[in-house]
Design a protein around this ligand. Sequence first.
Ligand code: GAL
Length: 460
Amino acid sequence: MSQHFPKDFIWGSATSAYQIEGAWNEDGKGPSIWDVFCLIPGKVHEGDTGAIACNHYHRIAEDVALMKAMGLKAYRFSIAWARILPAGRGAVNQQGIAFYNKLINELLANGIQPWVTLYHWDLPAALEFEIDGWLGKDIADVFTEYAEVCFAHFGDRVKNWITINEAWVVAILGYGHGVFAPGKKSTDLPYVAGHNLLLAHAKAVALYRTKFQPLQLGTIGITNNCDWREPFTNSEVDKAAAQRALEFFLAWFADPVYTGDYPAVMKERLGDRLPTFTDAEKKLLKGSSDFFGLNHYTTMYAVDATNNKEQGSVYGNGGLSADQDVNLSISPDWKLTDMQWAIVPWGCKKLLQWIAERYNNPPIFITENGCAFDDKLVDGKVDDIERVAFFKGYITAIGEAIDTGVNVQGYFIWSLMDNFEWASGYAKKFGIHYVEKDSLNRIPKASAIWYKGVIDANAV
Ligand code: GAL
């Protein structure tokens, strides 16, 4: 790789609480909607659950030692809301606070910056029962109460906060397709859930900025996910379709944060189905992210489907397609990961340029990028050639985007450890360390060693 990244570029890796912690009901933790969802037959591949996962809850020291050995400068993890507030609000569980204190202190002692996500999909189950989860009118305030507990306990040491991970996934997969917790299927509810997720983000940021940021001096933002959408042909309608697909995917959540409101195309097409923000809410939203958090994995071609709706009715990766009139496809020439996601590094570069242009070149942190392959353990080692090739391709494309002026400031590999991959269970191996469920070994893959080389080569 020829590029050199900026000197203070943040090289990290990421995980989330439900996917690695285990200890689902230990030390006073309350159940989350994922604890419950996993128990419903047919929801998760082979009935897997995150009850034990990578047992990270009991293995902080050795997991942080692995991060240090890899040379990570930063580690992104999420807090399990129900570990801190078992009923979602009210009484604070001191043992939960103690766990995250221990993790944060261990990271800092090893020179690794904690990047903390407040919400990575594991809503306390009590809030689903009592206030209708992300559909409830009080959820944004309840989230802000939880955020305050976190800022107050950890903000003296945590300087990088992410409010919500991938509101799109919560809304579309949790409330549209119903394949993620809480498993609701609807054409309208995703827009209600998405609206409340945005308000929760904005309120938590407002609280941080007024009450904590002046003293704690940290940064706070939201992480959204987006694939790239490439027009399938050069026709004006396909170009417009690709643009529309990006607006229904990323601008749905990023426009409110940068401009205070939803994209015009969503308002026009959805009418009353898209909730509206009051003027006060628009003000709260506009400018509510100190950085642009981006999770990016793949690319698809977009074709206009205005006169061809029947083909556009069902797909998993683009939102509710009938609302967009876009059909998606991939090229047979593109290599696929084991999740069947196409490997297209130039799509990453184009997406970064699209963000820079639309949002006035904000500081971008790629908070997730990575690939699933079913790595084989041979003589105690994993030679994950495909994963190294994937990272080479994507990191090179990111370097090229930086060369064209895009302000990318950090990159986090998904994931540190093979882990519980939501509805796919443990079938897909995503991490740069190999780990079986509750394995006694964390075995570095070739990609982890390669990544250390990249970090060292770009070290200050
Ligand atoms: C993201 C998610 C992660 C991880 C990854 C790979 O959408 O934030 O938790 O599962 O995808 O599928």
